[in-house]
Design a protein around this ligand. Structure first.
Ligand code: MN
Length: 196
């Protein structure tokens, strides 16, 4: 059975950027529901229960028809959110250093150029979805809870949840204010660790 992972910080730790109310709702309700519904789907297909989540998400076509959509949506949601909590930190923000910084500058001219491009793509997601920085320094988006590894791509270095549930309590319909605030909590150490 999959389980909700603990946050590495308190719900209120991201302060004014992402409120404790949002973090608690997002983690304990939204993410918990993805976990619960993923487990329910696997009860319908017990032969899949021993497989790691990545193995299911990278092989959706082979899954039984009766659980494929549920695993795509709820398994994707569990995978994406388990990373998302780690992509934020009370000690986050600022700019990356080292090889990651060098690669971003090579691709986007400077760090701000990357921020501008990632922000623009995040704001361009129609409806619910995610924006990703990939290991080749490209920026891609996915709808709903789809995740790059479902599409044959590598695991993303960084991702941003742009579902309204991620920001509505704090920012109402202003996704741009949420994305601006989010840069202040990005955990660049975790992003850099995912490069290797
Ligand atoms: Mn979410």
């Amino acid at each position: 059975m999959f389980q909700l992972p603990a946050l590495g910080y308190d719900y209120g730790a991201l302060g004014k950027y992402i409120s404790g109310d949002i973090m608690q709702l997002h983690h304990s309700k939204h993410h918990q529901t993805y976990v619960d519904k993923l487990n329910t789907a696997l009860d319908e297909a017990p032969s899949l229960k021993e497989r790691p989540l990545e193995s299911l998400l990278t092989d959706l076509d082979s899954l039984p028809d009766n659980v494929r959509t549920a695993i795509r949506n709820h398994g994707g949601g569990h995978y994406n959110h388990s990373l998302f909590w780690q992509w934020m930190s009370p000690d986050g923000g600022g700019e990356p250093t080292g090889e990651l910084a060098n690669k971003l500058v090579a691709q986007y001219g400077d760090f701000q150029g990357f921020v501008n491009e990632f922000t623009a793509k995040s704001l361009g997601v129609f409806g619910s979805g995610w924006c990703w920085l990939m290991p080749d320094m490209s920026i891609v988006t996915t709808p709903n809870q789809d995740t790059p590894i479902m599409q044959g791509m590598d695991a993303p270095l960084l991702g941003l949840d742009v579902w309204e549930h991620a920001y509505y309590l704090d920012y109402k319909n202003k996704r741009d204010d949420y994305v601006q605030a989010w840069w202040n909590v990005v955990n660049w150490d975790f992003v850099a660790k995912r490069m290797s």
